[in-house]
Design a protein around this ligand. Structure first.
Ligand code: HEM
Length: 507
C-alpha cells in the first residue's frame, strides 16, 4: 500500500516537473522573438514578460513604458520590442511610424487590447472594448452623438452644475485644504451622470451618494479583480467559459438598473431631454431587439455606461492636474484669471458656448496639462492582419500587440525641450506648427480617436473657468512634490492626493 502511494506521488511529481519544464521552454522560445529579429528589447521575466514590476505594483504600466520609450529613443532607435506576459508587443518610437500604424495602416490595427463577455456582462460590450465590424458599426452610429450642435444643447446643463461646484467650494474652502481630484471627480460625475444617464447625481452636495460611490468602485479594483482582468486579457476564451466580467459586478448591476429605470421612465412618461441618453434611446429599435440599423437595449445600455466611465475620470484627472500646475505656477494662474475675467465681461458676465472655445490661453493650459499628465499614458492596438513594418524585416503577426507610449512621446526632449517644465506657451499656434502632429496624442489618433474629446474638453473648461474665476489656489504643504503616481492604476492618478489651499476671491 505504502509502495503504491509513493509511486503515485512520484508519478504526479514527474508530471508536474515535465509541465514546468515545458512551460519554461515555451516561454524561452517565445521570449527569443525580438532577439531573432534583431530588435532591441529589455530582458523579460517568466511569466510576466516586461510587466513584472507593474504586476507587483512597483510602477504603473504607463510609467514603465514611458521610461522604456525614453531609454530606447535616446539610442536613436525607430522601434523596440517588449513582452506582456506571453504576448509579443511591438513599440514604435518614430512619430512617422506611429502615424502610419494609427492612421494610414489602421486596417491592420483596428482593435484595442480588451475583453468582452457579452453574455455574462452585457455592459462590457461597449465601443471602447468591441472589435472589428461590431466596433465599426457602432462607431458610425455613435459619432453624431458629440457634434457641436448636440454639445451646445448639453452646455447649459454643465454651466448649471458648475454653479453648484462654486457653491460647494465656497462652503468647503474654510475647512482646510481641498483634495482637487475628489472635488473635480464630484463635478464630472454630476455632469456625465446628467448628460449620459439624465440623472441628477448630486455628488457635489453629497460626496457619499450611491452614484459617486459606484463610480469610484469601477476604478478601484481589488488585487483579485486585477488578477482576473489580466487573465481575461491574456486568455479570453477560457475566461468567457468561466463567465467572468471585466468590472465589479455590484457596480455594473447598479448602472444596469439605473439605465433600465431611466429608459422605462422616458418611454412611459414621454419626457425628452437634451442629453446623450436621449440620443441613444432614439437610436433604439421600438422593441429593443436587433434589426441591423438600430441599437438593441443592451447596446444602448453599454454605450451610456462607457460614456460615464470613459468620461468622468479622464476629465477630472485633467482638471485636478491643471489645478495643481496652476497652484505651482502662480503667474500662469493670474494670466488665466485675467483671460476668464475678460471673456465674462465681454458677455455681460455670462459664460457662453462660443466663449469657451475662444479662450486661447485656457486651451494652452489644458493642452500643457494633457501633455504632462495624459490620463491614458499608453494606447494599445491589437494586430488584426499581418503587417510588415516599412523599411524593416519586422512582421507584426495577427494577434500581436502594439503599445504606443503617449507619455513617452510627450516627455521626449526632441519634441518638448525641458519636458518637466510646465509651459502653456508651447501650445501657441506658432509653436504647435513647428512640431510633428503626432507629438501630442492624449486623445489617441486615427479612426479610434476618443469619441468624447470635445465633450471632455468642454466640461473641463467650464469647470476650470468657474474655479479660477472665483478662487485662488495654492499647493498645500501636505502635498508631496513632485507628485508620485499610483502604480496600481491604469489611469494617471496621484498616489497621495492633490491637496490645495483655496481662498475665495471677492468679485
Ligand atoms: C480629458 C478627457 C478625455 C481623455 C484624455 C480621453 C482619452 C481617450 C483615449 C486616449 C482614448 C483611446 C483612443 C485611441 O485608442 O486612439 C479614448 C477613447 C474613447 N473615449 Fe475618451 N477621453 C476623454 C474624455 C472622454 C469623454 C468625456 C467621453 C464620453 C463622454 C469619452 C469617450 C470615449 C470613447 C467612447 C472612446 C472609445 C472610442 C473607440 O474605441 O472608438 N472620452 N479616450
Amino acid at each position: 500500500m505504502m509502495f503504491f502511494a509513493e509511486s503515485v506521488l512520484l508519478n504526479v511529481f514527474s508530471i508536474c516537473v515535465a509541465i514546468v519544464v515545458l512551460v519554461i521552454f515555451s516561454f524561452k522560445k517565445r521570449y527569443s522573438h525580438w532577439k531573432n529579429l534583431g530588435v532591441e528589447y529589455e530582458e523579460p521575466t517568466i511569466p510576466f514578460g516586461n510587466t513584472k514590476d507593474n504586476f507587483l505594483w512597483k510602477i504603473s504600466i504607463g510609467d514603465y513604458y514611458t521610461n522604456f520609450y525614453l531609454k530606447m529613443k535616446a539610442r536613436k532607435l525607430k522601434h523596440a520590442g517588449s513582452y506582456f506576459f506571453h504576448k509579443v508587443v511591438y513599440i514604435p518610437l518614430d512619430l512617422d511610424l506611429i502615424k502610419q500604424i494609427m492612421q494610414a495602416d489602421f486596417l491592420h490595427f483596428t482593435d484595442h487590447l480588451s475583453f468582452v463577455n457579452e453574455k455574462d456582462d452585457p455592459l462590457g460590450a461597449h465601443i471602447f472594448a468591441l472589435k472589428g465590424q461590431r466596433w465599426r458599426n457602432l462607431r458610425v452610429k455613435l459619432t453624431p452623438t458629440f457634434t457641436s450642435g448636440k454639445m451646445k444643447l448639453m452646455f447649459p446643463i454643465i454651466v448649471k452644475i458648475s454653479d453648484e461646484l462654486v457653491k460647494t467650494l465656497k462652503e468647503e474652502c474654510g475647512n482646510g485644504p481641498i483634495e482637487a481630484k475628489d472635488l473635480s471627480g464630484r463635478f464630472t460625475t454630476d455632469v456625465i451622470g446628467n448628460c449620459a444617464f439624465g440623472i441628477e447625481c448630486n455628488s457635489l452636495k453629497d460626496p457619499y451618494t450611491k452614484f459617486r460611490i459606484m463610480g469610484k468602485r469601477l476604478l478601484s479594483l481589488t488585487r483579485t479583480e486585477q488578477l482576473i482582468n489580466f487573465l481575461e486579457i491574456l486568455f479570453p476564451k477560457m475566461m468567457i467559459y468561466f463567465g467572468t466580467s471585466f468590472l465589479p459586478k455590484e457596480a455594473t448591476d447598479f448602472f444596469w438598473r439605473v439605465i433600465k429605470d431611466t429608459s422605462e421612465y422616458r418611454e412611459k412618461s414621454g419626457v425628452r431631454r437634451n442629453d446623450a441618453m436621449q440620443l441613444l434611446l432614439d437610436m433604439m429599435s421600438k422593441n429593443g431587439k436587433e434589426d441591423g440599423n438600430t441599437l438593441t437595449f443592451e447596446e444602448v445600455a453599454a454605450q451610456a455606461f462607457v460614456f460615464f466611465i470613459a468620461g468622468f475620470e479622464t476629465s477630472s484627472t485633467l482638471m485636478s492636474f491643471a489645478l495643481l500646475e496652476l497652484s505651482l505656477n502662480q503667474d500662469v494662474q493670474d494670466r488665466l484669471r485675467e483671460e476668464v475675467k475678460e471673456a465674462l465681461e465681454r458677455n455681460k458676465g455670462e459664460l457662453t458656448y462660443e466663449a469657451i472655445w475662444e479662450m486661447n490661453y485656457l486651451s494652452n493650459v489644458i493642452n500643457e496639462t494633457l501633455r504632462k499628465y495624459p490620463p491614458l499614458s499608453i494606447l494599445t492596438r491589437e494586430c488584426t492582419k499581418d503587417y510588415t513594418v516599412p523599411y524593416s524585416n519586422v512582421v507584426i503577426r495577427k494577434g500581436e500587440l502594439v503599445f504606443i507610449s503617449v507619455k513617452g512621446i510627450q516627455y521626449d526632449p526632441d519634441n518638448y525641450p525641458d519636458p518637466q517644465k510646465f509651459d502653456p506657451l508651447r501650445f501657441t499656434e506658432e509653436n504647435k506648427s513647428k512640431r510633428h502632429p503626432f507629438s501630442f496624442i492624449p486623445f489617441g489618433e486615427g479612426p479610434r480617436i476618443c469619441l468624447g474629446m470635445r465633450f471632455g474638453l468642454m466640461q473641463a473648461k467650464v469647470g476650470l473657468i468657474s474655479l479660477i474665476g472665483n478662487f485662488k489656489f495654492k499647493v498645500s504643504p501636505i502635498t508631496r512634490i513632485p507628485v508620485e503616481l499610483d502604480p496600481k492604476s491604469f489611469l494617471t492618478s496621484s498616489l497621495d492626493g492633490l491637496f490645495l489651499d483655496v481662498e475665495q476671491i471677492k468679485n
